[in-house]
Write a protein that binds this ligand. Structure first.
Ligand SMILES: [Zn+2]
Ligand SMILES: [Zn+2]
Length: 334
């Protein structure tokens, strides 16, 4: 196909400002890179933290977006994993160094010198993007471009958080019922887990949505569930949920914090942690989590609910997500 010289992109020039529609040169794929025509790109809460300046070291100016589904239109020197025409997904973890202690231990999510898509390298709020082929994924055929996009971060982080919990856990609380929780609920219910959904207080629509997807029980985050839980995952960036969630865990219960950013955690009595309860955070993703989720998503099969926006309306998409009243995932169709 003919690749144009320039493309439309939504660009962040300065944190705490709106994205601007720009005409930019189409990138040239470098060593082991793919040039991808973007078909859909999800808008993730992390994008809000970047745009609002809560994540403090973005490349500037920046094309945000790290839940990218697109078509390979050109391969760079040495790129062998995919060919022109293949559909690929591009996630948050854009590249790792390959030689630090963490990379050598297959814990590349903790790499000392990583690059992040839509944060330290340009992402998918654009018609084209270039990505390192070793961090790209094949996308299951069961999902359309827009439906698959939320898997690339919300899905991966949700799945990694879930897999951190001991397999024997039966009852799992999810705090914050957005894109990640709506994907994870489908997978966990399929595996026989009992899901308890905690939403913003009074958010009846989100509670109904959670029940529709299979949650046993859904209520505001202040509520006490009918039984103590084996584990909980916090997706909402709200530090006060940490003591609240510890309070509903059984002895030995595991609490996983799935977000990249959270407000400060208030102090709490040691008795909430006592009896071998634990708190752990999840950082980025390992490629094997991604490969596994793509297979599981196909098998379940996961159905994502999306709210589509055109590229030039990216600021409206960001505003909607910020208001928090989203059932499912916000996706730019490009
Ligand atoms: Zn490394
Ligand atoms: Zn994300």
């Amino acid at each position: 196909m003919d690749i144009p010289h320039t493309m439309k992109a939504m660009v962040l020039e300065k944190p705490e400002n709106e994205l601007k529609l720009k005409q930019l040169p189409v990138p040239e794929p470098g060593e082991k890179q793919l040039l991808v025509q973007v078909l859909a790109c999800g808008v993730c809460r992390t994008d809000l933290h970047i745009i609002d300046g809560e994540l403090t070291s973005p490349k500037l100016p920046l094309i945000p977006g790290h839940e990218i589904v697109g078509k390979v239109v050109k391969t760079g020197p040495g790129a062998m994993r995919f060919k022109t025409g293949d559909r690929v997904g591009i996630p948050w973890l854009g590249r790792t160094c390959g030689h630090c202690r963490f990379c050598l231990d297959q814990k590349e999510n903790l790499c000392d010198a990583p690059l992040f898509t839509g944060y330290t390298v340009d992402g998918g709020f654009a018609e084209y993007t270039a990505a390192d082929e070793n961090y790209c994924f094949a996308v299951p055929d069961s999902l359309s471009d827009a439906e698959a996009a939320p898997l690339l971060c919300a899905g991966f982080i949700g799945y990694r958080s879930y897999r951190m919990i001991d397999e024997s856990a039966r009852s799992i609380g999810l705090y914050g019922f957005g894109a990640a929780a709506h994907i994870l609920t489908q997978i966990a219910c399929r595996e026989g887990k009992k899901i308890y959904a905690f939403t913003r207080p009074g958010d009846i629509k989100a509670q109904n949505f959670a029940r529709e997807l299979g949650a046993r029980w859904a209520s505001g985050s202040e509520a006490t569930p009918p039984e103590k839980l084996d584990a909980a995952i916090i997706f909402a960036p709200v530090g006060s949920l940490v003591p609240a969630a510890l309070n509903v865990l059984k002895k030995g219960g595991e609490l996983i914090c799935g977000g990249i950013h959270m407000s400060d955690i208030p102090s709490f009595p040691y008795s909430l942690l006592w009896e071998e309860r634990s708190i752990k955070s999840v950082a980025n993703l390992q490629r094997r989590d991604g490969e596994e989720l793509m297979q599981v998503a196909q098998k379940v099969p996961v159905k994502t609910r999306i709210i589509p926006f055109p590229l030039r309306k990216a600021n409206d998409a960001v505003t909607l997500l910020k208001q928090g009243k989203v059932e499912g995932a916000v996706v730019l169709e490009i």
